[in-house]
Design a protein around this ligand. Structure first.
Ligand SMILES: NC(=O)c1ccc[n+]([C@@H]2O[C@H](COP(=O)([O-])OP(=O)(O)OC[C@H]3O[C@@H](n4cnc5c(N)ncnc54)[C@H](O)[C@@H]3O)[C@@H](O)[C@H]2O)c1
Ligand SMILES: [Fe+2]
Length: 375
């Protein structure tokens, strides 16, 4: 495989993007011709429905939980089968937008979740799809992936298909004003992690590196401001853009060891996805520094940190960046006694779809050492 710019890759993006203050209200104009609209939301985002200006027959499902599992998807599909929507709207964070993607493709029951896990298994799209992001983190609105937790095994199942790309994505910073500081910080680090892990990835590509660089720099410039003042419109817009760019990075390149190591913390400990990523991020960046010295230096500089490619220094500054956002970075303070770390290390190591992307091979013992260091 060539590792140069000439390597063929495919990038899917939403057909239309509405960005900036007031963008939410423009969804209604775009959607005027749809007659049966199903809006998915979480309890926190459901009250924003009125901002979208939707007409026609609108059904609201306001109960998408964070980190949704297959049972949450079933509840959504049940409503969708009744509504037979010609438009599905995801109004929320990654949890809501991921289920909106699946709802738009699966509500007729011709395919069920186990049929579509993995790449390119979704046969067709049944409804138009609009994604209205209310967090700046996952970049789910930009991409073709949906993550659902397996309620039996607690593993994340990834569905990936171009059938799930949005017809329209709406990025209105005002919708993120109400995100509390802790969730702002955690989701913002998730956006950065998407960019960083794609940028340092074994499959990194120049087409994506441009988005990654911009995303990391936006996080360096604006995330702290968003945490300090949730109504800072410019900073919130900057983070929505960073999140979108992170989503673009996820498509053709995707994440690596950082996300793989974060997954057990999310599924086993119940940590929010962004917080789990934040706890792991400094350690993996430092571990990978010897394999990507220039890019590691560039990342630190973009985040406004002293440039370095020395692992211990990288770890120190990257962890300091997260702590300055108010994030509790010690695993031991998150409600685990550490007994399960070996089991989680084996579990993370087995997520080969991500671990194989890492620029440096990581053994099970090295994964466990990172968990211990984060403890
Ligand atoms: N599709 C992808 O490519 C992709 C990428 C990364 C993560 N994910 C998935 O996305 C999910 C996490 O998404 P997330 O980090 O956006 O969090 P989330 O959607 O779970 O939301 C986190 C919490 O914030 C609340 N919230 C959302 N918007 C709010 C607002 N504007 N004001 C106040 N509260 C608000 C939600 O109700 C929820 O309680 C996970 O399931 C993760 O696996 C998907
Ligand atoms: Fe993520």
């Amino acid at each position: 495989m060539t590792t140069g710019m000439d390597r063929a890759i495919t990038l899917h993006q939403p057909k239309r993007l509405e960005f900036g203050m007031g963008a939410a209200a423009r969804l209604g104009e775009w959607a005027a011709d749809f007659s049966r609209v199903l809006v998915l939301a979480s309890p926190r985002t459901a009250p924003m429905l009125g901002k979208l200006g939707l007409t026609g027959q609108v059904t609201l499902f306001p109960d998408v939980p964070p980190e949704p599992d297959d049972r949450a998807l079933s509840a959504v599909l049940e409503i969708a089968a009744r509504v037979e929507p010609d438009l599905v709207v995801g109004l929320g964070g990654g949890s809501v937008m991921d289920l909106a993607k699946l709802a738009a493709c699966l509500w007729d029951g011709a395919q069920v979740l186990p049929d579509v896990v993995g790449p390119n298994k979704v046969a067709r799209r049944l409804s138009a799809l609009a994604q209205v992001a209310t967090t700046a983190g996952t970049g789910s609105e930009a991409g073709i992936r949906a993550l659902v937790t397996n309620s039996a095994t607690k593993a994340k199942m990834a569905v990936e298909s171009p059938q799930m790309i949005a017809d329209i994505a709406v990025l209105d910073p005002e919708l993120t004003f109400s995100v509390p500081p802790a969730i702002t910080a955690a989701t913002g680090v998730d956006a950065m992690a998407h960019c960083v892990e794609a940028f340092t990835n074994r499959k990194a590509h120049d087409l994506i590196d441009g988005y990654a660089r911009q995303g990391i720099a936006l996080v360096g410039r604006y995330l702290g401001r968003c945490v300090k003042d949730g109504t800072d419109a410019e900073a919130r817009a900057g983070m929505m853009l960073a999140s979108y760019y992170g989503g673009v990075c996820l498509g053709p390149v995707n994440t690596a060891a950082g996300h793989a190591l974060a997954y057990p913390l999310g599924t086993r400990m119940g940590l929010p996805h962004g917080l789990a990523n934040a706890i792991i991020f400094p350690h993996v960046l430092a571990f990978n520094a010897p394999a990507r010295p220039q890019k590691t230096t560039e990342i630190l500089r973009s985040l406004g940190l002293p440039a370095s490619d020395v692992p211990a220094t990288v770890l120190h500054h990257a962890a300091g960046f997260c702590r300055a956002l108010g994030l509790e970075m010690r695993l031991s303070a998150q409600g685990t006694n550490g007994d399960d770390l070996p089991a989680w290390a084996a579990e993370a190591h087995a997520i080969r779809r991500l671990m194989d992307n890492n620029p440096r091979d990581m053994s099970v013992a090295e994964v466990e050492a990172i968990y211990r260091a984060a403890f």
